[in-house]
Design a protein around this ligand. Structure first.
Ligand SMILES: C[S@@+](CC[C@H](N)C(=O)[O-])C[C@H]1O[C@@H](n2cnc3c(N)ncnc32)[C@H](O)[C@@H]1O
Length: 251
């Protein structure tokens, strides 16, 4: 396996001996994950590590919907923004969005996903972009250091939605945006979350998922003090259960 960056060890250009950009993006963390936290993260990564090569090779099912989301997010970003992505997978979206930011730190709990992300970055260098392994439910991102947190197709995978949202909100500066797109599993036929998913989990073919609808997700964001800016759906192929929500941390 390639050598990979695990937060909270800062990427080389963020080390204290190197000049810091101004104002500094600070992925250096204020809390080091304990060995217990590392082993929790490792167990969350197991499923994703196993499927990472297949995930990287699979085509995007709704390309028009994906492009619509990218355009929408791009319009919300600026070259002055320090951006954190949680659950970045193999980095395809980070590679598309990094040019519209000052810096984008894209993170994922799965080391294998980040290995592939690094390979993609090597083939498509992007000075704004770096990747690191990090659990979105561990306090490793620092407080008040990002203008935008991106969370695409990941909040439903948290063990604890409130914890994941709390840490994302903490990482934001006042006035910062949480931009998310999240499958709302409770909007599917109930046979899927309550029968098919448990069966697939039992044979290792599905990860743990949380079952919530969009009102529940919005209310979880509001409970963390976030103001909902907009809620949209960008799917172009039949029923779209993925809620695109932009929420602002009060300034
Ligand atoms: C469905 S994939 C989405 C990847 C990418 N964001 C996208 O939209 O294609 C979910 C990703 O979230 C990651 N993930 C799951 N739980 C996580 C956690 N607690 N912290 C960080 N990443 C997590 C997985 O490793 C996986 O790469």
């Amino acid at each position: 396996m390639d050598s990979i960056q695990v937060l909270p060890i800062a990427p080389p250009h963020f080390t204290l001996s190197a000049p810091m950009p101004s104002p500094a993006i600070a992925p250096v963390t204020d809390v080091s994950p304990s060995s217990a936290a590392r082993s929790v993260a490792a167990s969350k990564a197991l499923f994703w590590d196993r499927i990472a090569p297949k995930y990287a090779a699979d085509p995007i099912a709704d390309m028009a919907g994906y492009e619509a989301t990218l355009r929408r997010v791009q319009a919300l970003l600026s070259p002055q923004h320090d951006v954190l992505e949680i659950g970045c997978g193999t980095g395809s979206t980070a590679l598309r969005l990094a040019p519209f930011t000052r810096r984008l730190l894209a993170t994922d709990v799965s080391p294998e996903m980040i290995v592939i992300a690094h390979q993609r970055l090597a083939g498509q260098p992007s000075p704004q972009l770096s990747f690191a392994v990090a659990d979105a439910e561990a306090p490793v991102f620092g407080q008040g250091v990002y203008d935008v947190v991106l969370a695409f197709n990941v909040l439903h995978l948290a063990s604890d939605l409130d914890q994941a949202l709390k840490l994302a909100v903490q990482a934001l500066r006042p006035g910062g945006l949480l931009i998310s797109k999240t499958p709302c599993i409770a909007e599917m036929n109930p046979l899927i979350p309550y029968l098919a998913v448990p069966l697939m989990r039992a044979i290792g073919k599905a990860p743990h998922v949380l079952c919530f609808d969009e009102p529940r997700l919005q209310s979880a964001m509001a409970q963390q003090g976030m103001q909902i800016v907009c809620a949209e759906r960008h799917g172009t192929r039949g029923k779209d259960i993925r809620a695109f929500i932009v929420a602002r941390k009060p300034g």
